[in-house]
Design a protein around this ligand. Structure first.
Ligand code: T3D
Length: 261
């Protein structure tokens, strides 16, 4: 059991809930260590989708700005340490997981909490949720991948406006801009998250893993290199049980039963 997380794994879905609600689920070293551990456990092939959410009224308010977060007079603080030891492994682990990771954003996602959400493969949010690039408000640069993710998701102008101004962006606007996949009514949110997770947990996991790999690789590839990657991935998938099942189900005019292999 964890002190700062709730993890519930069943039916192919690992639900990880950041659980420091009185601090809006902001990160300290302990929660980082537990999340690394939980994401490591989610590498188990029995887990076919991961959902990251937050307890209480927020998703995650980024780094805990409590005691020790800022330097006193005449002191200097190595903020890079927290990033290298905590946020860098967190974001790379999510991107490297060979299955979809959903961010279920039921409230404010601020600072590195917004970066965490945006690093996930699909972001679903409540209509009342919001995204805040809070960094410039405390004289910092967007981190945990924020400066890479933002312009790729919404383009340079919107990324600049969000990062320079640090204003609150509503989930509706975030959806319209393509920052997130969907926003849904608050009352429907739990059921919508469950349905999305269940759908992905019964999908052909090997294909989904390679879709994620290919879309991520496209950031650094030209068209030819990307098509060569597609050749390799499709060759692998052509030998997979789920491809055989998908084709058989099509021929038999029935719904496929994918095993995730
Ligand atoms: O260390 C490094 O290497 C640097 C890494 C930096 C990465 C980062 O994430 S930098 C950005 C850090 N995050 C922020 O700057 C956001 C700070 N929080 C806020 O601006 C606001 O809380 C929100 C806009 C997110 C939400 O506002 P609101 O009015 O809905 O809630 P609130 O009342 O401000 O917060 C509720 C409680 O949570 C409150 O505690 P209290 O007064 O009830 O005892 C508040 O202090 C606490 N809280 C919120 N965010 C944080 C936090 N406590 C510690 N750290 C936080 N980040």
């Amino acid at each position: 059991a964890y002190a700062n997380l709730i993890v519930d794994t069943r039916e192919g879905i690992a639900r990880i809930t950041l659980n420091r609600p009185d601090r809006l689920n902001s990160f300290n070293d302990a929660m980082h260590a537990e999340l690394r551990d939980a994401l490591g456990a989610a590498e188990d092939p029995a887990v076919r989708v991961v959902v990251i959410g937050g307890a209480g009224r927020g998703f995650c308010a980024g780094q805990d700005l409590g005691e020790g977060a800022a330097a006193g007079p005449g002191e200097s603080l190595d903020l890079g340490r927290t990033l290298e030891q905590n946020y860098l492994p967190l974001i790379t682990r999510i991107r490297a997981l060979r299955k979809p990771v959903i961010a279920a954003v039921g409230g404010v996602a601020a600072g590195a909490g917004a970066s965490l959400a945006l690093a996930c493969d699909l972001v679903i949010a409540t209509r009342s949720a919001s995204f805040i690039q809070a960094f410039s408000k405390i004289a910092l640069v967007p981190d945990a991948g924020g400066t890479w993710l933002l312009p790729r998701l919404v383009g340079r102008q919107r990324a600049m406006g969000l990062a320079l101004l640090g204003d609150k962006l509503s989930a509706e606007q975030a959806e319209q801009w393509g920052l997130i996949w969907r926003c849904v009514d608050d009352a429907a949110f739990p059921a919508e998250v469950d349905a999305l997770a269940a759908r992905l947990a019964t999908a052909p996991t090997q294909a989904l893993a390679r879709i994620k790999q290919a879309l991520d690789a496209s950031e650094g590839n030209d068209l030819l290199a990307q098509m060569q990657l597609e050749v390799k991935l499709q060759r692998e998938l052509g030998a997979s049980p789920d491809f055989a099942e998908g084709v058989a189900a099509f021929a038999e005019k029935r719904a496929p039963r994918f095993s995730g292999r």
